[in-house]
Design a protein around this ligand. Structure first.
Ligand code: NAD
Length: 354
C-alpha cells in the first residue's frame, strides 16, 4: 500500500461521510478529526473508524446532522445531549460552546452526553488550548460490550474510558495528555490484529482472566479484556471517568443494555488562562516547569525525555512529509464501507492515486 497524502485522505474521508448523509460542515469536521488522528499516529482513531461508523449508521446508532439539545444552562454549567450525533462534530460544537461560556465566566463545566463516538479526545483539549484555556476531560464509553477489566476483575466491565488534560504552552504547543485508561486503546488491539502482530505484554487477559498477547480474542471473538493501566490507580481513574463522564452528565452507563454501538459522554472543565491569572506568565511557567523535566538526566534504556503531546506532534511533522500509512486490511475494510454508502470504485481509485 502506498502512504496517503493527508489532503487526499481527508477529501476521501469527507466524501464517505457526505455519502453517509452528513452535510458539508459536518463531513469536513469529521474528516479533519480523523486525518489529524492519523497524522498523530493514532490510527486507531483515524479513517480506520469509517467502517464502524457506516455500520453504526446502518444500525440506526449514529445520526448524521444531529443537533445538540441543551439540558442544563446555568452559570458556568452547560449540559448538552448529543442524541447519538456524529461525535466529532457534536463534541467540537459542545466544546466551542464551553469555550464561549468560559470566556464569560472564567471557567465552564461541560457535560456532553450520549454522543456517538467522539474519537480522539486530545482534539478537544487542543481546541480549548487554542482559545487560551486549560482543559480536563473525563469520558466514558457505553452501548458497546465492555472492554476493560478494572483492577482485580477477571473480565471486562467498563469501556476504555479515556482521560485528557491539556494546558497551553509557549509557541502554540500545548501539553496534551490524552489517553485511554486501559494499558492500550482497543483500536490499537484492532490495528495489531489487522497487522497480525501481538500486543505488548501486560495489556490483555483472555476469557479465563489469564495474561495473553494475542489480540484475536478481544478483537475477533469478543472475549477477554484489556487491563487498566497502572494497576489500581489507572483502574480508579477509569471508574471516575464512568462516574463523572457517564453518571454525573446523565449519559449512558457501561452497566446499561448495549446495542453494539458506541456512546461517549464527557465531563469537561475549561479554565480561561486570562481569568485565572496572567496568560503570558502561565505560559512561561509551563515552559519553565517542562524544561525542568526535559532537562533531567535521561534514564538508562531511554534516548530522550518527551512531554505528553510531543510524540503526536513529531509523528504529525513526519507524516505530513512522508504520508500516512494504512495497512491492506484496514484499507480494504474502508473501501468496503465506502461502497456500502455509494462511493464508486472510480472514486476509490482516485483516492488511491493521490
Ligand atoms: N472516544 C473514545 O471512546 C476513546 C476511548 C479510548 C481512547 N480514545 C483515544 O485513543 C487515543 C489513544 O489513546 P492511548 O492511550 O493509546 O494513547 P498513547 O498511549 O499513545 O498516549 C497516551 C499519552 O501519553 C503520551 N506519550 C506517549 N508516549 C510518550 C512518551 N514516550 N513520553 C511521554 N509521553 C508520551 C502521549 O502524548 C499521550 O498524551 C487517544 O487519543 C484517546 O483519546 C478514545
Amino acid at each position: 500500500m502506498p502512504d496517503f497524502n493527508p489532503e487526499t485522505l481527508q477529501a476521501f474521508a469527507k466524501l464517505v461521510v457526505t455519502r453517509m448523509g452528513s452535510g458539508e460542515e459536518e463531513a469536513e469536521e469529521v474528516a479533519d478529526h480523523l486525518v489529524r488522528a492519523n497524522l498523530g499516529a493514532h490510527d486507531s482513531h483515524g479513517v480506520g473508524m469509517l467502517p464502524t461508523y457506516v455500520r453504526l449508521l446502518g444500525d440506526g446508532l449514529l445520526v448524521p446532522n444531529q443537533k445538540l439539545r441543551t439540558v442544563v444552562d446555568f452559570g458556568a454549567l452547560l449540559v448538552v445531549d448529543a442524541g447519538r450525533g456524529f461525535g466529532q462534530r457534536m463534541a467540537a460544537e459542545a466544546v466551542r460552546a464551553a469555550i464561549a461560556r468560559a470566556k464569560q465566566e472564567g471557567a465552564s463545566v461541560l457535560g456532553l452526553r450520549n454522543s456517538a463516538h467522539i474519537g480522539r479526545i486530545g482534539t478537544y483539549g487542543e481546541l480549548a488550548a487554542s482559545a487560551g484555556m486549560a482543559f480536563i476531560g473525563f469520558v466514558n464509553v457505553a452501548d458497546h460490550h465492555p472492554l476493560q477489566a478494572p483492577y482485580a476483575c477477571g473480565h471486562a466491565q467498563l469501556g476504555t474510558n479515556p482521560f485528557c488534560a491539556t494546558i497551553p504552552g509557549e509557541q502554540d504547543a500545548p501539553v496534551v495528555l490524552d489517553m485511554a485508561t486501559t494499558a492500550i486503546a482497543f483500536g490499537k488491539a484492532r490495528v495489531a490484529h489487522n497487522k497480525g502482530v501481538p500486543v505488548p505484554e501486560g495489556t490483555l487477559i483472555d476469557e479465563e482472566g489469564r495474561p495473553t498477547t494475542d489480540p484475536a480474542g478481544i478483537v475477533r471473538d469478543r472475549v477477554g479484556a484489556l487491563l487498566s493501566f497502572g494497576l489500581h490507580k489507572g483502574s480508579g481513574l477509569a471508574i471516575m471517568c464512568e462516574l463523572l463522564g457517564g453518571v454525573l452528565t446523565g449519559g449512558q452507563r457501561a452497566d446499561e443494555p448495549q446495542h453494539n454501538g458506541t456512546v461517549n459522554s464527557m465531563l469537561a472543565v475549561l479554565i480561561d488562562l486570562a481569568r485565572i491569572g496572567d496568560p503570558s506568565s502561565i505560559r512561561a511557567g509551563v515552559a519553565t516547569a517542562t524544561a525542568h523535566i526535559k532537562g533531567s538526566r535521561v534514564a538508562p534504556g531511554f534516548e530522550e525525555i518527551l512531554l505528553p503531546g510531543d510524540p503526536e506532534r513529531r509523528q504529525a511533522d513526519s507524516r505530513r512529509k512522508r504520508g500516512i500509512p494504512i495497512d491492506e486490511t484496514s484499507w480494504s475494510e474502508i473501501c468496503d464501507a465506502a461502497r456500502k454508502v455509494g462511493v464508486s470504485d472510480a472514486e476509490i481509485g482516485r483516492a488511491l492515486a493521490g
